[in-house]
Design a protein around this ligand. Structure first.
Ligand code: ADP
Ligand code: MG
Length: 302
């Protein structure tokens, strides 16, 4: 197949690994900058003074790697490919709804998937009762579009929560999620890589000493694990309800069993591949091949 990897930076680990894995499996691969594509498609104004970007290659399939800072543009680009019948490892709708913690939480709640108790606050006067509803203080405050642990804050008291909320509101947030703090997790969580309804790799992450967030970007350590059936089934369902064929699902252990935190549509591959030694990039390319076969776009079966 002719595959385009949408990525702002071709030298990122995940981009390089996907490029390599697809070439090894005999595909013609183009790494294209998502924002250049957006300009080419007329979804963004052409940057003044810059040359007209090269014409887009004709492709059968895309692998979007959309960074959080360009979610709206990335979603619009993926949507445009979709309307032209081009296959994608992640639909525009799935990327949009998994990026928004409010929409994601609504999906989990609507589908009866266990998650920490959560309340949406859009008025500072609601904060006090929201914290009590989630059995706090302490409570976790989350902005709707944070990633890599940014915008996930532990408030030890109502007063601290009030200060944090006022800062967030002053800096452009108009809604914040107030969430039950899962203290018994002791700074650990699990990241399961789900591809096509199956867990292909999993790790447990442990937050650094002075933090409760187990994001690798915050200096968490990790080890490979084989998830128990309940955890794996929960992650598979989380990917499904978000409409994601490829997802990095975060799960936290609590006294009432595993709870879902989120499903990421462009999960980083570096940490999980190095700790598990699983070729996740190859699994993603093979998933795209199966979609290609089903759509009659892949001639030589492997
Ligand atoms: P992000 O999109 O920024 O990664 P997450 O919801 O995954 O946001 O939260 C980041 C990390 O913070 C998680 O991996 C977990 O370690 C910790 N965390 C998040 N929510 C809670 C919670 N309710 N209780 C305890 N720890 C949490
Ligand atoms: Mg996370």
């Amino acid at each position: 197949m002719r595959i385009a990897i949408l990525s702002r930076n071709r030298s990122l680990y995940s981009t390089k690994r996907l490029n390599h894995a697809a070439r090894r499996r005999g595909h013609e691969v183009y790494v294209i900058d998502t924002l250049h594509v957006a300009r080419q498609m007329g979804l963004l104004p052409k940057a003044s003074g810059s040359r007209m970007p090269r014409r887009l290659p004709k492709v059968d399939a895309i692998i979007p790697r959309i960074g959080a800072s360009i979610t709206p543009q990335g979603v619009a680009v993926v949507r445009t490919f979709e309307v032209h019948g081009i296959l994608t490892t992640a639909s525009s709708e799935a990327i949009a709804q998994s990026r928004n913690k409010l929409e994601s939480w609504q999906l989990m709640a609507h589908n009866g998937l266990p998650h920490p108790r959560t309340v949406l606050v859009s008025d500072p006067d609601e904060l006090h009762s929201a914290i009590h509803e989630v059995s706090g203080p302490p409570a976790v405050l989350k902005i709707l579009r944070g990633t890599q642990g940014r915008g996930v804050i532990l408030a030890e008291s109502v007063n601290i929560a009030r200060t944090v909320l006022s800062i967030l509101f002053r800096h452009g947030q108009d809604k914040v999620l107030v969430q039950e703090f899962i203290e018994e997790a002791e700074g650990k969580d699990r990241r399961l890589l789900i591809v096509d309804g199956r867990c292909v790799a999993a790790m447990e992450r442990t937050a650094p000493e002075d933090d409760f967030r187990a994001n690798l970007h915050r200096g968490a350590t990790s080890r490979a694990i084989t998830p128990d059936e309940q955890t794996e089934a929960l992650a598979v369902r989380a990917a499904a309800v978000h409409g994601l064929g490829v997802a990095g699902v975060d799960i936290i252990s609590s006294q009432r069993g595993p709870l879902l935190l989120e499903a990421n549509s462009s999960p980083g591959l570096e940490g999980i591949e190095s700790v598990t030694q699983v070729d996740v990039a190859r699994e993603i390319v093979r998933y795209l091949e199966r979609k290609g076969q089903a759509a009659g776009k892949l001639r030589n079966r492997r």
